[in-house]
Ligand binder design. Structure first.
Ligand code: CDP
Length: 225
């Protein structure tokens, strides 16, 4: 029995974060939301008015970037240069800009160094797009999550409403999802794709408890604790 590195990848709003978080809580592992890291960099670039391209200013931002996850009341909070970020990461502006920003090699290189540093042997679940293919190609368990687009949009809308944002129509969410999936799948550097040795989870018709139970069977199969 060992503490595993578990990679959870897939398309936008598939419930990857929920699954990765539930697994971490059940197994007492660390959970890292890699998407939040890309969102945080995007937020800072927008705040500073930087173009969404490589630039000396972006290099400077990445060099002085201080990203930390802290656990507060059981929830992982992201702190960037001393600033606690929550709903700021889910605005329309960030949703529109995050995939273009995530194509930039300088941004990916900086995030991947941080992401790898979180694997300290005590058990880790990380969700994203390239975790099983690029960040941790040797991950003990790789889960590739899919769900029907309309179901993903309905879930994301409910999540946004719970965060206090009821301005998104289902159509806007569907469009943003499709656009991000297209950019994420077609970029040159570490695109979103299913790792060959991943196990597939279509959670369209599964409850949160059912998907967790399914994943825990795979953890057991891989000798995890
Ligand atoms: O929650 P949702 O699946 O909608 O998105 P997210 O996980 O917060 O990721 C936001 C965006 O960050 C994605 O659309 C990707 O452009 C980028 N991302 C990435 O490029 N690589 C990762 N490992 C994670 C996210």
């Amino acid at each position: 029995m060992k503490a595993l590195v578990i990679a959870v990848d897939g398309y936008a709003s598939c419930g990857k974060s929920t699954l990765a978080r539930d697994l971490a809580q059940t197994l007492d592992y660390r959970y890292i939301d890699s998407g939040a890291m890309y969102r945080a960099v995007t937020y800072r670039m927008l705040q500073l008015g930087l173009p969404l391209t490589e630039s000396p200013e972006l290099d400077q931002l990445l060099q002085t970037l201080d990203l930390k996850f802290i656990k507060s009341e059981g929830v992982n909070q992201l702190i960037i240069n001393g600033m606690l970020l929550g709903t700021e990461l889910r605005t329309k502006a960030v949703n529109a800009a995050v995939s273009p920003v995530s194509t930039l090699p300088s941004v990916r290189r900086a995030m991947v160094v941080l992401q790898r540093s979180y694997a300290d042997g005590t058990g880790l679940t990380m969700d994203g797009r390239d975790i099983g293919t690029y960040v941790f190609p040797q991950a003990d368990l790789k889960i590739f999550v899919t769900a029907r687009p309309e179901i993903r949009a309905i879930r994301r809308q409910a999540e946004l409403i719970a965060l206090g944002d009821s301005t998104w129509t289902l159509d806007e969410i569907l469009q943003n999802q499709a656009q991000r999936d297209r950019i994420d799948s077609n970029r040159d550097f570490a695109p979103l794709k299913r790792a060959e040795d991943a196990v597939d989870l279509d959670n369209s018709d599964l409850s949160r408890e059912e998907q967790l139970a399914w994943a825990l069977k795979w953890v057991e199969e891989r000798g995890g604790v």
